[in-house]
Design a protein around this ligand. Structure first.
Ligand SMILES: Cc1cc2nc3c(=O)[nH]c(=O)nc-3n(C[C@H](O)[C@H](O)[C@H](O)COP(=O)(O)O)c2cc1C
Length: 328
């Protein structure tokens, strides 16, 4: 039986719906000898900011039951070096490259996307919204909210009381629509699970003009060393990821599917084909593999293989028949 795994995300055509998640796959070259990169559905790069960032003090990673906590602090070489030193390799892969971007204000988000828009080989942008909006904090007309320190995939260099974009539906719509005006490429909003109603945040992304939403980023969390009574991570808090978050992520994809009509990329603790299928059935059009890359870099391709097998067995010829097929 002929199996069709192809799907679309905005203007991006994916040959299969399995991508690797931001921050867990570097800029792909690091994995060149471990996996046949060309077979991936696509790559989401580590988050890029306009200027280089050093990241958080160590320790940056700690293992937890069925997961891990990290506070890397968005270490990255900045947009200019990324384009000159990382894009040439990524371009050779001839698979969709989605650049994860972040800014500390609407203007900074706009700037980094404007800079990357003309770059050959960049197929789309995933906006990492888990960062504080500094201009919001400084604005006299808006209240100062106290946001916790920022874990994985989140900006933790600013221990200010600035509110995160991802935590405010109004700010999401504002920043997504500002960036939308600057790019014709596929625009994806990546959402934080640390909100009471993630579907509302997805709706704001759609209203702002996003072509798709990615969910979830990590959960803010903490591990304490009982001997020293100090937090283990240098940043005190970190982002929780891995299999422990999966059922929550599946529930969130399911809830978002009911609210928005743009495609969803499901992320959170996907370790194999069965997990990926749960997300697809819940309503994700594509999925991203994150923490699993640290355990087995081949996970994504194992999932592609497993999906095909499942579809053969179930006599399903097109992956789209699976997406959102949950029975209630
Ligand atoms: C070490 C590490 C670094 C991460 N860095 C980023 C990042 O730079 N940008 C981002 O949007 N998400 C980042 N994330 C979040 C992942 O992309 C993903 O959303 C999250 O880990 C949940 O998926 P998982 O359970 O499969 O890892 C990071 C996660 C980990 C574990």
């Amino acid at each position: 039986m002929k199996i069709n795994l192809a799907t679309n995300l905005g203007k991006i055509k994916l040959k299969n719906p399995i991508l690797v998640a931001s921050g867990t796959f570097g800029y792909a070259k690091e994995f060149e000898k471990l996996i046949d990169l060309k077979k991936l559905g696509g790559i989401v790069t580590k988050t890029i900011t306009l200027k280089p960032r050093l990241g958080n003090p160590p320790p940056r990673i700690v293992e937890t039951p069925s997961g891990m906590l990290n506070a890397i602090g968005l270490q990255n070489p900045g947009a200019d070096v990324f384009v000159r030193e990382r894009m040439p390799f990524l371009r050779t892969l001839k698979i969709p490259i989605i650049v994860s971007v972040m800014g500390h204000s609407v203007e900074e988000f706009v700037e980094v996307v404007k800079f990357l828009e003309p770059v050959a080989g960049v197929d789309g942008f995933e906006m990492n919204l888990s960062c504080p909006n500094v201009s919001y904090q400084n604005s006299a007309s808006t209240p100062k909210a106290s946001a916790p320190a920022c874990p994985a995939g989140r900006d933790s260099s600013l221990t200010s009381s600035a509110r995160m974009f991802a935590h405010d539906a109004g700010m999401i719509e504002e920043v997504v629509s500002a960036v939308r005006k600057e790019t014709k490429k596929t625009l994806i909003a990546k959402l934080s699970p640390d909100v009471s109603d993630i579907a509302q945040m997805a709706l704001s992304s759609e209203r702002g003009g996003a072509d798709a939403v990615s969910l979830i980023n990590t959960f803010m969390a903490m591990v304490i060393d009982i001997k020293t009574r100090r937090p283990v991570l240098g940043n005190k808090t970190g982002g929780l990821s891995g299999p422990c978050v999966r059922p929550i992520a599946v529930r969130m994809v399911w809830a978002v599917r009911k609210k928005v009509s743009i495609p969803i990329m499901g992320i959170g603790g996907i370790m194999g084909a069965k997990d990926a299928l749960e997300f697809l059935i819940a309503g994700a059009s594509a999925i991203q593999v994150g923490t699993a890359n640290f355990i087995n870099p081949q996970t994504s391709l194992d999932i592609v293989y497993g999906l095909r097998n499942f579809m053969q067995q179930e006599r399903i010829s097109d992956i789209k028949e699976i997406v959102g097929s949950v029975k209630e």
